[in-house]
Design a protein around this ligand. Structure first.
Ligand SMILES: [Zn+2]
Length: 328
Protein backbone atom coordinates (compact mmCIF):
# COMPACT_ATOMS: atom_id res chain seq x y z
CA UNK A 1 0.00 0.00 0.00
CA UNK A 2 1.25 3.43 -0.87
CA UNK A 3 2.04 5.16 2.43
CA UNK A 4 1.03 8.69 3.33
CA UNK A 5 3.68 11.08 4.67
CA UNK A 6 2.53 10.33 8.25
CA UNK A 7 2.63 6.55 7.75
CA UNK A 8 6.08 6.96 6.19
CA UNK A 9 7.34 8.54 9.42
CA UNK A 10 6.17 5.45 11.28
CA UNK A 11 7.86 3.12 8.82
CA UNK A 12 11.18 5.00 8.94
CA UNK A 13 11.03 4.97 12.74
CA UNK A 14 10.23 1.24 12.68
CA UNK A 15 13.34 0.67 10.54
CA UNK A 16 15.56 2.61 12.95
CA UNK A 17 14.17 0.85 16.03
CA UNK A 18 14.51 -2.58 14.43
CA UNK A 19 17.93 -1.91 12.88
CA UNK A 20 17.12 -2.52 9.24
CA UNK A 21 17.30 -0.32 6.15
CA UNK A 22 14.68 0.02 3.46
CA UNK A 23 15.91 -0.43 -0.09
CA UNK A 24 15.15 2.69 -2.15
CA UNK A 25 15.25 1.93 -5.85
CA UNK A 26 15.47 4.54 -8.57
CA UNK A 27 12.97 2.81 -10.85
CA UNK A 28 13.00 4.41 -14.29
CA UNK A 29 10.29 2.40 -16.06
CA UNK A 30 6.88 0.90 -15.36
CA UNK A 31 8.41 -2.57 -15.63
CA UNK A 32 11.07 -1.71 -13.03
CA UNK A 33 8.38 -0.55 -10.57
CA UNK A 34 6.51 -3.83 -11.09
CA UNK A 35 9.68 -5.84 -10.41
CA UNK A 36 10.54 -3.92 -7.23
CA UNK A 37 7.05 -4.44 -5.81
CA UNK A 38 7.23 -8.14 -6.65
CA UNK A 39 10.60 -8.49 -4.90
CA UNK A 40 9.28 -6.71 -1.79
CA UNK A 41 6.14 -8.88 -1.84
CA UNK A 42 8.19 -12.07 -1.97
CA UNK A 43 10.37 -10.87 0.91
CA UNK A 44 7.40 -9.56 2.94
CA UNK A 45 9.41 -6.33 3.15
CA UNK A 46 8.77 -2.61 2.83
CA UNK A 47 10.23 -0.84 -0.19
CA UNK A 48 10.90 2.72 -1.29
CA UNK A 49 10.47 3.64 -4.95
CA UNK A 50 12.11 6.92 -5.83
CA UNK A 51 12.46 9.26 -8.76
CA UNK A 52 14.98 11.84 -9.71
CA UNK A 53 14.34 14.59 -12.25
CA UNK A 54 15.76 12.50 -15.09
CA UNK A 55 13.11 9.82 -14.50
CA UNK A 56 10.21 12.25 -14.24
CA UNK A 57 11.27 13.79 -17.56
CA UNK A 58 12.27 10.45 -19.08
CA UNK A 59 10.44 8.75 -21.90
CA UNK A 60 8.41 6.27 -19.83
CA UNK A 61 6.84 9.00 -17.70
CA UNK A 62 6.92 12.72 -18.52
CA UNK A 63 8.62 12.59 -21.94
CA UNK A 64 10.28 15.97 -21.12
CA UNK A 65 7.34 17.29 -19.00
CA UNK A 66 8.26 16.82 -15.31
CA UNK A 67 4.77 17.48 -13.93
CA UNK A 68 3.22 15.00 -16.35
CA UNK A 69 5.97 12.63 -15.25
CA UNK A 70 5.04 13.10 -11.59
CA UNK A 71 1.35 12.43 -12.38
CA UNK A 72 2.12 9.27 -14.34
CA UNK A 73 4.61 8.03 -11.76
CA UNK A 74 2.21 8.58 -8.84
CA UNK A 75 -0.65 7.01 -10.81
CA UNK A 76 1.45 3.95 -11.57
CA UNK A 77 2.66 3.50 -7.99
CA UNK A 78 -0.76 4.09 -6.48
CA UNK A 79 -2.37 1.57 -8.84
CA UNK A 80 0.14 -1.20 -8.26
CA UNK A 81 0.83 -0.57 -4.55
CA UNK A 82 -2.88 -0.57 -3.70
CA UNK A 83 -3.67 -3.62 -5.85
CA UNK A 84 -4.87 -6.86 -4.26
CA UNK A 85 -1.50 -8.60 -4.64
CA UNK A 86 0.65 -5.82 -3.18
CA UNK A 87 -1.61 -4.06 -0.65
CA UNK A 88 0.25 -5.63 2.32
CA UNK A 89 3.60 -4.27 1.05
CA UNK A 90 4.44 -0.91 2.71
CA UNK A 91 5.49 1.32 -0.20
CA UNK A 92 7.04 4.76 0.10
CA UNK A 93 7.21 6.96 -2.97
CA UNK A 94 10.14 9.35 -2.54
CA UNK A 95 11.38 12.29 -4.64
CA UNK A 96 15.15 11.89 -4.96
CA UNK A 97 17.53 14.12 -6.94
CA UNK A 98 15.41 17.02 -8.08
CA UNK A 99 17.29 20.23 -8.87
CA UNK A 100 17.16 23.30 -11.08
CA UNK A 101 14.46 25.89 -11.74
CA UNK A 102 11.57 23.40 -11.73
CA UNK A 103 12.40 22.05 -8.27
CA UNK A 104 9.86 23.93 -6.16
CA UNK A 105 7.03 23.47 -8.68
CA UNK A 106 7.61 19.71 -8.88
CA UNK A 107 8.00 19.26 -5.13
CA UNK A 108 5.12 21.63 -4.39
CA UNK A 109 2.85 19.42 -6.50
CA UNK A 110 4.22 16.27 -4.85
CA UNK A 111 3.54 17.73 -1.37
CA UNK A 112 0.11 19.29 -2.06
CA UNK A 113 -1.03 16.13 -3.79
CA UNK A 114 -2.28 15.32 -7.26
CA UNK A 115 -5.86 14.46 -8.14
CA UNK A 116 -5.45 11.34 -10.22
CA UNK A 117 -8.83 9.69 -10.19
CA UNK A 118 -11.39 12.08 -8.80
CA UNK A 119 -11.26 10.16 -5.51
CA UNK A 120 -9.09 12.59 -3.59
CA UNK A 121 -5.46 13.57 -3.70
CA UNK A 122 -2.43 11.31 -3.93
CA UNK A 123 0.74 12.51 -2.23
CA UNK A 124 4.39 11.67 -2.49
CA UNK A 125 5.23 9.80 0.73
CA UNK A 126 8.57 11.49 1.45
CA UNK A 127 10.43 14.39 -0.12
CA UNK A 128 14.02 15.40 -0.72
CA UNK A 129 15.79 17.68 -3.15
CA UNK A 130 19.27 17.70 -4.63
CA UNK A 131 21.29 20.21 -2.62
CA UNK A 132 24.58 19.60 -4.44
CA UNK A 133 24.52 22.99 -6.15
CA UNK A 134 23.02 24.90 -3.21
CA UNK A 135 24.80 26.87 -0.50
CA UNK A 136 24.01 25.88 3.10
CA UNK A 137 21.72 28.89 3.40
CA UNK A 138 19.91 27.97 0.18
CA UNK A 139 19.56 24.38 1.31
CA UNK A 140 17.97 25.47 4.61
CA UNK A 141 15.75 27.99 2.82
CA UNK A 142 14.53 25.38 0.33
CA UNK A 143 13.69 22.86 3.05
CA UNK A 144 11.85 25.53 5.06
CA UNK A 145 9.97 26.57 1.93
CA UNK A 146 8.79 22.98 1.38
CA UNK A 147 7.48 22.87 4.96
CA UNK A 148 5.72 26.19 4.38
CA UNK A 149 4.08 24.83 1.22
CA UNK A 150 2.77 21.88 3.23
CA UNK A 151 1.52 24.07 6.07
CA UNK A 152 -0.25 26.43 3.66
CA UNK A 153 -1.96 23.44 2.02
CA UNK A 154 -2.87 21.90 5.39
CA UNK A 155 -0.96 18.68 4.68
CA UNK A 156 1.98 16.84 6.21
CA UNK A 157 5.40 16.63 4.58
CA UNK A 158 8.04 14.11 5.62
CA UNK A 159 11.49 15.26 4.61
CA UNK A 160 14.97 13.99 3.88
CA UNK A 161 17.59 16.72 4.19
CA UNK A 162 20.94 16.20 2.51
CA UNK A 163 24.37 17.66 2.81
CA UNK A 164 27.11 17.29 0.17
CA UNK A 165 26.65 13.54 -0.23
CA UNK A 166 29.54 13.05 -2.69
CA UNK A 167 32.08 15.24 -0.90
CA UNK A 168 33.60 12.94 1.69
CA UNK A 169 32.42 13.05 5.27
CA UNK A 170 30.23 15.97 6.32
CA UNK A 171 31.81 17.86 9.24
CA UNK A 172 29.78 17.96 12.46
CA UNK A 173 29.46 21.71 12.50
CA UNK A 174 27.92 21.66 9.04
CA UNK A 175 25.27 19.18 10.20
CA UNK A 176 24.61 21.39 13.22
CA UNK A 177 24.08 24.39 10.96
CA UNK A 178 21.84 22.57 8.47
CA UNK A 179 19.63 20.46 10.74
CA UNK A 180 19.79 23.00 13.55
CA UNK A 181 18.47 25.85 11.40
CA UNK A 182 15.49 23.87 10.11
CA UNK A 183 14.66 22.28 13.49
CA UNK A 184 14.75 25.64 15.19
CA UNK A 185 12.13 27.04 12.83
CA UNK A 186 10.08 23.89 12.11
CA UNK A 187 10.83 21.13 14.59
CA UNK A 188 9.84 17.57 13.81
CA UNK A 189 9.43 17.51 10.02
CA UNK A 190 12.73 15.86 9.00
CA UNK A 191 12.81 12.06 9.22
CA UNK A 192 15.93 11.31 7.19
CA UNK A 193 19.32 12.93 7.06
CA UNK A 194 21.74 12.32 4.18
CA UNK A 195 25.17 13.58 5.17
CA UNK A 196 28.34 12.70 3.30
CA UNK A 197 29.55 9.44 4.86
CA UNK A 198 32.35 8.55 2.44
CA UNK A 199 30.29 6.99 -0.37
CA UNK A 200 30.06 8.21 -3.95
CA UNK A 201 27.32 8.07 -6.59
CA UNK A 202 27.93 5.77 -9.56
CA UNK A 203 30.60 3.11 -10.04
CA UNK A 204 33.44 5.24 -8.74
CA UNK A 205 34.31 2.91 -5.87
CA UNK A 206 33.28 -0.34 -7.51
CA UNK A 207 36.19 -2.32 -6.11
CA UNK A 208 34.47 -2.44 -2.73
CA UNK A 209 36.80 0.19 -1.31
CA UNK A 210 35.37 3.44 -0.06
CA UNK A 211 35.92 5.87 2.75
CA UNK A 212 32.75 4.55 4.35
CA UNK A 213 32.62 3.11 7.85
CA UNK A 214 29.57 2.22 9.99
CA UNK A 215 31.19 4.24 12.79
CA UNK A 216 30.45 7.39 10.76
CA UNK A 217 26.78 6.41 10.75
CA UNK A 218 26.73 5.83 14.50
CA UNK A 219 28.33 9.23 15.07
CA UNK A 220 25.68 10.86 12.90
CA UNK A 221 22.83 9.14 14.75
CA UNK A 222 24.18 10.51 18.05
CA UNK A 223 24.62 13.92 16.49
CA UNK A 224 21.05 13.93 15.15
CA UNK A 225 19.76 13.21 18.66
CA UNK A 226 21.91 15.97 20.09
CA UNK A 227 20.79 18.55 17.51
CA UNK A 228 17.10 17.69 17.22
CA UNK A 229 16.33 15.95 20.51
CA UNK A 230 14.82 13.00 18.65
CA UNK A 231 15.85 9.91 16.70
CA UNK A 232 15.83 9.42 12.97
CA UNK A 233 18.03 7.53 10.56
CA UNK A 234 20.48 8.16 7.77
CA UNK A 235 19.76 7.96 4.04
CA UNK A 236 22.70 6.41 2.25
CA UNK A 237 23.43 7.67 -1.26
CA UNK A 238 25.89 5.95 -3.59
CA UNK A 239 25.47 2.41 -2.20
CA UNK A 240 26.66 0.69 -5.38
CA UNK A 241 30.34 0.78 -4.47
CA UNK A 242 29.87 -0.73 -1.00
CA UNK A 243 30.63 -4.34 -0.10
CA UNK A 244 27.84 -6.55 1.27
CA UNK A 245 29.44 -6.53 4.74
CA UNK A 246 29.54 -2.76 4.87
CA UNK A 247 25.97 -2.42 3.65
CA UNK A 248 24.67 -4.86 6.26
CA UNK A 249 26.65 -3.07 8.98
CA UNK A 250 25.35 0.30 7.79
CA UNK A 251 21.74 -0.88 8.22
CA UNK A 252 22.47 -2.04 11.78
CA UNK A 253 24.23 1.21 12.63
CA UNK A 254 21.31 3.50 11.77
CA UNK A 255 21.00 3.76 8.00
CA UNK A 256 17.25 3.44 7.37
CA UNK A 257 17.16 4.14 3.61
CA UNK A 258 19.64 2.83 1.05
CA UNK A 259 19.45 4.46 -2.38
CA UNK A 260 20.15 2.03 -5.18
CA UNK A 261 20.46 3.23 -8.73
CA UNK A 262 23.64 2.52 -10.74
CA UNK A 263 23.80 -1.20 -9.98
CA UNK A 264 20.06 -1.55 -10.54
CA UNK A 265 20.39 0.03 -13.99
CA UNK A 266 23.38 -2.18 -14.72
CA UNK A 267 21.53 -5.40 -13.82
CA UNK A 268 18.49 -4.47 -15.91
CA UNK A 269 20.44 -3.28 -18.94
CA UNK A 270 22.77 -6.31 -18.86
CA UNK A 271 19.77 -8.65 -18.85
CA UNK A 272 18.18 -6.74 -21.73
CA UNK A 273 21.42 -6.91 -23.71
CA UNK A 274 21.60 -10.63 -23.10
CA UNK A 275 18.00 -11.01 -24.28
CA UNK A 276 18.62 -9.22 -27.57
CA UNK A 277 21.91 -11.00 -28.22
CA UNK A 278 20.55 -14.45 -27.45
CA UNK A 279 17.26 -14.05 -29.36
CA UNK A 280 18.60 -12.76 -32.66
CA UNK A 281 16.92 -15.45 -34.78
CA UNK A 282 13.49 -14.73 -33.26
CA UNK A 283 13.68 -11.13 -34.48
CA UNK A 284 13.30 -12.32 -38.08
CA UNK A 285 9.71 -11.53 -39.13
CA UNK A 286 8.93 -15.05 -40.24
CA UNK A 287 10.14 -16.73 -37.05
CA UNK A 288 7.28 -18.53 -35.23
CA UNK A 289 8.12 -16.76 -31.94
CA UNK A 290 8.57 -13.37 -33.52
CA UNK A 291 5.61 -11.66 -31.85
CA UNK A 292 6.29 -13.03 -28.34
CA UNK A 293 9.88 -11.93 -28.69
CA UNK A 294 9.40 -8.42 -29.96
CA UNK A 295 6.51 -7.36 -27.72
CA UNK A 296 7.34 -5.31 -24.62
CA UNK A 297 6.54 -8.38 -22.54
CA UNK A 298 9.32 -10.34 -24.24
CA UNK A 299 12.26 -8.33 -23.02
CA UNK A 300 10.66 -7.21 -19.76
CA UNK A 301 9.65 -10.70 -18.62
CA UNK A 302 13.22 -11.84 -19.35
CA UNK A 303 14.72 -8.93 -17.41
CA UNK A 304 12.30 -9.45 -14.52
CA UNK A 305 13.37 -13.06 -14.00
CA UNK A 306 16.98 -11.92 -13.57
CA UNK A 307 16.35 -8.64 -11.74
CA UNK A 308 13.80 -9.64 -9.05
CA UNK A 309 16.19 -12.11 -7.31
CA UNK A 310 18.88 -9.41 -7.15
CA UNK A 311 16.47 -6.98 -5.51
CA UNK A 312 15.41 -9.70 -3.06
CA UNK A 313 19.06 -10.34 -2.13
CA UNK A 314 19.55 -6.63 -1.48
CA UNK A 315 16.46 -6.47 0.74
CA UNK A 316 17.67 -9.52 2.70
CA UNK A 317 21.13 -8.01 3.12
CA UNK A 318 19.62 -4.85 4.61
CA UNK A 319 17.55 -6.82 7.12
CA UNK A 320 14.22 -6.05 5.45
CA UNK A 321 12.94 -9.61 5.14
CA UNK A 322 9.68 -10.06 7.09
CA UNK A 323 9.60 -6.42 8.24
CA UNK A 324 6.57 -5.62 6.08
CA UNK A 325 4.45 -7.99 8.13
CA UNK A 326 5.92 -6.73 11.41
CA UNK A 327 5.24 -3.11 10.50
CA UNK A 328 1.47 -3.41 10.11
ZN1 LIG B 1 21.73 10.13 -4.44
Amino acid sequence: MLLTPLESRKLLTHALQNQYAILAVNADSHAAITDCLEAAYQMNAPIIIETSLWQLKGHSFGATDSILGLRRYLADIQAIANSERYKAVPVIYHTDHIKGPETMNILGNAIKGINLSGEGLTYASTISLDASELSEEENVAHICQLIEIAKAAGVTVTLEMESAVDDGITPEDESRRLLGAVEEKYPGEIYLYAPGVGTQHGFTSDDGYSGFSPVTVEKNIKLIREITGRDFGIALHGSTGLSSDKLAAAAKAGVTKVNWSSESLFVRSSAAREFYLSHEAQFERKHKDWKNTVMDNGVNAYVSKRYVPVVMDKIRLLGGEGQGGRFW
